[in-house]
Design a binder for this molecule. Sequence first.
Ligand SMILES: Cc1cc2nc3c(=O)[nH]c(=O)nc-3n(C[C@H](O)[C@H](O)[C@H](O)COP(=O)(O)OP(=O)(O)OC[C@H]3O[C@@H](n4cnc5c(N)ncnc54)[C@H](O)[C@@H]3O)c2cc1C
Length: 404
Amino acid sequence: MIATILIIGAGQAGAQAIDTLRREGFKGRLVLVGDEPHLPYQRPPLSKKFLSGDMPAERLPFRHQSFYDDHGVELKLGVSALKCDPAARRVTLSTGETVDYDRLLLCLGADSRRLTCPGADLAGVHYLRGIADVPAIQAGLKPGARVVVIGGGYIGLETAATARTRGCTVHVLEMADRVMNRVVAANVSEYFAHEHRTQGVKIVCNTRVVRLEGNGRVERVVCAEGDSYETDLLIVGVGAIANTQIAREAGLACDNGIVVDEYCRTSDPAIYAAGDCTYHPSLRFDQRVRLESVDNAFEQAKTAALNMLDRPTVHDRVPWFWSDQFDNKLLIVGLSQGHDQQVTRGDPATRSFTVCYLKGGELLAVEAINHSKDYMAARKLIAERARPNLDKLADPTVALKDSC
Ligand SMILES: Cc1cc2nc3c(=O)[nH]c(=O)nc-3n(C[C@H](O)[C@H](O)[C@H](O)COP(=O)(O)OP(=O)(O)OC[C@H]3O[C@@H](n4cnc5c(N)ncnc54)[C@H](O)[C@@H]3O)c2cc1C
């Protein structure tokens, strides 16, 4: 009998698992442990509307306290899980308390990758992962403040857009030859770089930060090429690393994240994992992936919850992701790795276009810029392994859904 389910990590996945477990009739003891002192909340606004001050803090949590009270959830917030003993099925918390479980769900998320160059430990070097990171960044977003963002990925660019909207002077320093280079097509990078430059953000690619300088507090970013950038506010967005420490120490298989199977089960049959911390199989794309997206955390948590209740359910979803930068919405669906063909629908100059990736004629992935219709159609077509007609696909006057 499953008497106790313990969830570690009170983020997107942890909150969703609670929801599904109670909705599906789990009546046993349900414990949610989270090291942040907040009710589970949405992270995407942290680089967007919450950072800009356009969204109040009350709108961040998924649920109010009353939801957890009404559903008999034991919330242990501001508490870290320190150690897991799989043989005893017991977790030790930072309060000294232990919790015994029948099923354990790890929703540990990821943490910001840290800079390691000289000066990285100076005060004033900011990362953006949780609510606690926001006030110091917000305080620096004053008109005319010199903001430097290291990293031209999603979080770097979203933060840059927010800072610019608040009237700051913004430089984005990117090591690669284009922004978002790992995740979007060259013409999509070009489009977003152009949008940022039009708004006054200065994007510098092919540049490597070698040192931060300042008298106790960062004042200057120095690059290998000898260029340097004076800064009042430095924000670093150079990726994230899965939180795996307690899983590794418990002897669970880990790689680029906690290794789980398609049932979200780890190498211990009583322990499951979901969200950013997992390295999981994507059945549709026949590869193992670690994803950082709301959708993945949400869906894996649902799947894990059902499996913990002994209702075998496979996680088999086409991943999707969004990013908001100025008034642009980028929607990405599928995984483009391994594509052998790329087709652009529409003209970037119209500020609405879509890049489609194919492999052997099959639609693999789509990047839709200000084009939610193409994105919606792509979700279905990619899942169905549809094979579009290339002429129709390239013709933006033919709806994507009618291209097959
Ligand atoms: C600034 C920002 C903007 C984003 N924007 C988007 C977006 O636009 N679109 C999108 O799809 N995704 C976006 N994401 C990603 C998305 O928020 C994550 O993919 C999602 O939150 C993952 O959910 P999770 O539950 O796996 O992890 P998290 O939400 O990170 O939750 C993990 C929780 O576990 C806690 N924890 C870790 N270890 C322990 C421990 N030992 N004991 C107790 N607690 C522990 C962590 O502190 C954290 O609270 C964004 C992320 C950030 C940071």
